[in-house]
Every structure is written in C-alpha cells, then in structure tokens.
Write a protein that binds this ligand. Structure first.
Ligand SMILES: NC(=O)c1ccc[n+]([C@@H]2O[C@H](COP(=O)([O-])OP(=O)(O)OC[C@H]3O[C@@H](n4cnc5c(N)ncnc54)[C@H](OP(=O)(O)O)[C@@H]3O)[C@@H](O)[C@H]2O)c1
Length: 368
C-alpha cells in the first residue's frame, strides 16, 4: 500500500488546528504540526504521534522549511493582526513546495468592502491562493464558532448569566459548529482531495438557535438555570480585555465588535444550517448542548461551588472596573486601512449573490 501523504497543519495549537492534527493522526496520516512554542498542547500533539515544528509561522524562511517533504497542508491564520501576511507567506511557501492540496480556513463574512480589516484580508487571501491554476484548494467557510460562547461559560456556570452582545434573545441567529466538526470537514477534504478540489464548504451546527436557546442549552449542560443578558459593546470590550486564558489583543477586539454587529444583523443565520459536516466530515453535527457538556466534563472548575461563585463575582467586578476603549480610536492608532463606505455583508450585493441568500435584515425575521 502506498505511504499516506504527510500533512502540514498550521496554527496546530489553536482551536481548529489541534483538532485537525488529532483527527488526522487518528486516521494514521503523518502530521507536521506547526506550533509557536512547546506547552501542554504540543505535548498532546506529540503523544498523538505528530511531528512538531516549533517556529514563527509568519516567517517565510521558517514556513519554507516547514513545507519541506509535505504533500498536503491546512492553512489557518490566527485571529490576530497580519492575517494577510500570514496567508501570503503560507501561499508562497506552498506554491514553491508544490504542495498537492491545501484546505484553507476562510470566513463566512469574507467580502470585499467589509468594515473589518481582518475580514477584508481574508477576502484578499482567498483570491491570492486561487490565483495559480496549479494550486489545488478546498475552502472551509465558517461563521461564528460555538467556542465563542464558551468564553463566557464560567459566568454561566457560577452566576447563571450568558452575557454577550447578540441582540434580541428570541431571534434564531446562528447554528454554531464545534471545533471538532469544523476539523472533520477540513480532514474530509485533506484526506480525499479528488472529491473536494475547488469546493467551498460551510460547517454548521445542526440547528439555528436564539441567544435564549443557547442559554437554555448551557443551563441543561451545567445543571442550573442560565439566563441570556444582551450586554453593550462597551461591556463586551471590558469583558474580552479581562478574559484568561483566551486573551484577545485590543486589535483583535476591534474586529470582534464588528463580528458581533454582523451577528445582531442575522448574517450568520443566512442559509444555515448546512449538511456539510455530514457530507464531508462523515457524521451528524454536534448539538450545542453536547459541546458544552464536553467542556464541563473537561473543566472541573465549572462545577457549582461557593469558592467558584465567589471568584466569578470577583471576575465580574474586575470587568466592571476595567477601562473600556474607543474602537475607532484603537483602529486609527494602529494605522488600520479603513474604507470610506464599508458594507456589512447583507448590504453588499456581491456577497448576497455569492451566498445565494434569503437575506435577513437588520431587524431579522423570527424563524419558527
Ligand atoms: N472564531 C470564529 O468565530 C471564527 C469564525 C470564522 C472564521 N474564523 C477564522 O478562524 C481562524 C482562526 O482559527 P482558529 O480559531 O482555529 O485559530 P486560533 O485558535 O486563533 O489559533 C491560532 C494559533 O496560531 C498560533 N500562532 C500565533 N502566532 C504564531 C506564530 N507567529 N507562529 C506560530 N504559531 C502562531 C497560536 O499560538 P498560541 O496559542 O501559542 O499563541 C494559536 O495556537 C481565523 O483565520 C479566523 O478568520 C474564526
């Protein structure tokens, strides 16, 4: 039997990269996992039999070395500034190394005039990787991850509050996929390129949920009542600034605020859910409740306890005491390229046409 192709996984300690690496190893594919540092996540990768490549994935010299001797690759830019730089480095190195197939992680929001610089950079990256006809690519076009809700699971577990700026609690606005299901679609395309070349997939969860329903799912998994609270953008900024360990830079927070606005506008509900997890990943997509249950099982600190509640109140007070910052000013200070007339996805005729929508407007319709 011919040897299985070796696969390079970028961002291999990240949310999707780790799962992609582990799933590939479970199928006995040789994996080179690009990580920034050795830590408990790289230990997991090594234990699963992945070869570690420790380095800086924004460096072309290092990416060239990482691409040596690999046949396929997963392209995953971190949620951080310089995404276009990362994607250009990855694309150039993959092209030079004549990598036979690439799966690239794009965004459902990817569009030419989007208010988010990160998203416009994803749009340019999508063009860049498709420019050479000899490059074989599958695009995985994800919306808002379920993982984003888990950032505030601690407050749900100890204070019974699901606090996010998602707008009206009764409107169904997202069918969020798990990291594992996103990875299943990536792995499906990496292990069987012939069936997936040139295709775009959008992994989602099984059903659209409203913020109230997300809170209920969390409550069932946590064994307590959880209530959704629609927080202001200012509170979101303060809360993201204090998050540990999933700490986001101020630069990333400016973009996450724009993504929350897309969420409130119902952009992630457009044409969701899909059956791509089943068709490409090979199994039914996970329900949010089971995603939360897995996290609860992994984190004993989420069990209800007096010390847990006291420290959750402490963290909540810390959020209140944390200074917010002005999003526009933060973008200006970083010299972010900004458009005079940016367009959210559902204001953009080209995005609407590409995503073949039944569009939901700023005040989205309720979907029964
Ligand atoms: N979150 C969402 O809802 C969402 C929705 C749609 C699309 N996306 C897309 O998802 C992508 C992010 O994927 P993800 O969430 O799986 O990734 P992620 O969790 O952000 O992971 C990125 C990884 O890259 C590593 N890294 C950062 N700088 C590095 C460097 N210089 N050299 C080597 N490694 C470095 C980080 O290492 P450390 O952990 O050690 O710092 C981290 O493990 C983005 O492109 C975003 O556009 C996200």
């Amino acid at each position: 039997m011919p040897a299985k192709p070796k696969i390079l996984v970028s961002s291999a300690s990240g949310k999707t990269g780790l799962q992609v690496s582990l799933q590939l190893r479970a199928k006995a594919y040789p994996v080179r996992a690009f990580v920034r540092r050795k830590d408990h996540r790289s230990d997991i990768l090594e234990r699963a039999g992945a070869e570690l490549f420790v380095g800086d994935q924004y460096s072309l010299s290092e990416m060239r070395n990482a691409m040596q001797g690999v046949q396929r690759a997963y392209q995953c830019a971190p949620t951080a500034p310089n995404g276009l730089h990362f994607n250009a480095v990855f694309t150039a190195a993959a092209y030079e190394a004549k990598v036979e197939h690439i799966v690239t992680l794009s965004q459902w929001l990817s569009s030419v005039d989007h208010p988010s610089l990160f998203t416009r950079e994803v749009f340019l990256s999508d063009i860049l990787i498709g420019m050479r006809p000899e490059m074989s690519v599958t695009t995985v076009n994800v919306g808002w991850f379920a993982e984003n809700y888990l950032m505030v699971l601690d407050t749900a577990a100890h204070l019974g509050l699901f606090t996010m700026p998602l707008g009206d609690g009764g409107v169904k606005k997202n069918a969020a996929p798990s990291n594992e299901d996103i990875a299943r679609v990536v792995v499906g395309a990496l292990t069987d390129p012939a069936h997936h070349i040139g295709k775009t997939y959008r992994p989602t969860g099984p059903t659209l949920l409203s913020p109230d329903e997300i809170a209920e799912a969390m409550g069932r998994a946590l064994g307590r009542r959880v209530r959704y609270v629609d927080i202001s953008e200012r509170m979101m900024i303060k809360s993201l600034k204090t998050l540990r360990p999933a700490h986001y830079s101020e630069a990333a927070v400016t973009q996450l605020a724009i993504y929350s606005e897309e969420y409130r506008r119902g952009t992630f509900a457009v044409n969701a859910p899909t059956d791509d997890v089943l068709q490409v990943g090979g199994c039914e997509p996970e329900a949010l409740e089971s995603i939360v249950r897995r996290r609860v099982a992994d984190q004993p600190g989420l069990a209800r306890s007096l010390p847990g509640s006291v420290s959750a109140i402490g963290r909540f007070l810390k959020i209140l005491a944390t200074r917010s910052f002005d999003l526009d000013h933060a973008q200006m200070q970083r010299d972010y390229v900004r458009l005079s007339s940016p367009l959210y996805c559902q204001e953009d005729a080209a995005w609407l046409e590409r995503h073949q929508t039944r569009a939901l407007q700023t005040d989205p319709v309720r979907i029964a």
